[in-house]
Structures are given as structure tokens and as C-alpha cells.
Design a protein around this ligand. Structure first.
Ligand code: HEC
Length: 134
């Protein structure tokens, strides 16, 4: 009997560690980005007028990149890891705040790198916004 209880406890402890459901990119965007970039990513969020630099229109990222969604650029822009030198600092860095479970991301040419799942979800969501601007 004691053994059975012990096994039940172990099972409970293990299931408690099962990772949470992946976060939705849409929700993350609404919570962390829309204030500046606008609900639809067009750079017209309510907070935009307080910034010294207008937030980018995120529906034209592919268009500005010769038709290809610049996934790596978007992810490094969010976490501040490899921002271009022109970058103003008007946008906060999200790496630490959004840090979640790492997933393995293929960054091209067979290179893979562990990337926090929320950043990947956000990048996927931004990709879905491409060409959706008015
Ligand atoms: C406090 C306002 C603010 C918030 C919040 C914010 N951004 Fe930004 N973002 C900016 C500004 C301003 C720029 C333009 C900065 C520059 O070019 O110097 C920018 C630029 C970007 C760029 C680069 C676009 C380009 O064309 O080069 C991406 C991608 C981006 N933001 C994504 C996001 C995502 C995703 C979030 C949410 C996780 C977010 N931003 C939250 C203000 C914000």
C-alpha cells in the first residue's frame, strides 16, 4: 500500500512539471506590443504619440525585405540581442520578460538555436500580419 501511495505521489509531482500550453502569439502581441504598434501592427497604437520615434508598421516587414519574412531579424529585435545600430531604443527589449520554454528554431542554412517559445509565437503571429495593412 505504501508503495502505491509513493508511486501516486511521484506521478503527481511529474505531471506538475509538465510544461504549460504554448502561449499564443496573438495574445502576446495584444498584451506587449499593441500599445505602440497598434492592434493590427500598423504602428498606430495609443501609446505611439508619447514616443520620440514612431513605432514601425509591422505589416510591411516582408515587403521591406524583398518579400521574405525577416524572422531572425524580428526575433533579435524583440529580445534586443542583435538590433541594428540605427535602432533608437524607443522600443523595450522583451527577452527577459517574455522568456519562456525554449524551442529549437531553425534559423536557416541548417543552423538551429534554442529560442524562447513566446518569441517564436510572436514572430509567427507577425508573419501572419504581413500584407494585412491598409
Ligand atoms: C514602447 C513602445 C513599443 C512597444 C511596447 C513595442 N515596440 Fe516594437 N518598436 C517601437 C519603435 C519606436 C520601433 C522603431 C524603433 C527604431 O526604428 O528605432 C519599433 C520597432 C520594431 C520592430 C522593427 C521593425 C522594422 O521595420 O525594422 C519590430 C520587429 C518590433 N518593433 C516588434 C515589436 C514586438 C513584437 C513588440 C511586442 C513584443 C514590440 N515591438 C513592442 C516601439 C515599441
Amino acid at each position: 500500500m505504501r508503495l502505491i501511495w509513493g508511486m501516486a505521489l511521484v506521478a503527481t509531482a511529474v505531471s506538475g512539471c509538465v510544461k504549460e500550453a504554448p502561449v499564443s502569439g496573438k495574445r502576446l502581441f495584444a498584451e506587449n506590443c499593441a500599445a505602440c504598434h497598434g492592434e493590427k501592427g500598423q504602428g498606430d497604437g495609443p501609446f505611439a504619440e508619447n514616443l520620440f520615434m514612431p513605432p514601425s508598421d509591422l505589416t510591411v516587414l516582408s515587403e521591406n525585405n524583398g518579400g521574405t519574412f525577416p524572422r531572425n531579424y524580428v526575433i533579435s529585435t524583440m529580445d534586443g540581442y542583435a538590433r541594428g545600430e540605427h535602432f533608437s531604443g524607443a522600443m523595450p527589449e522583451f527577452g527577459v520578460k517574455l522568456l519562456g520554454e525554449d524551442v529549437i528554431l531553425e534559423t536557416g542554412e541548417g543552423v538551429v538555436t534554442p529560442t524562447p517559445q513566446p518569441l517564436v509565437a510572436l514572430a509567427n503571429y507577425l508573419e501572419s500580419l504581413q500584407g494585412q495593412g491598409s
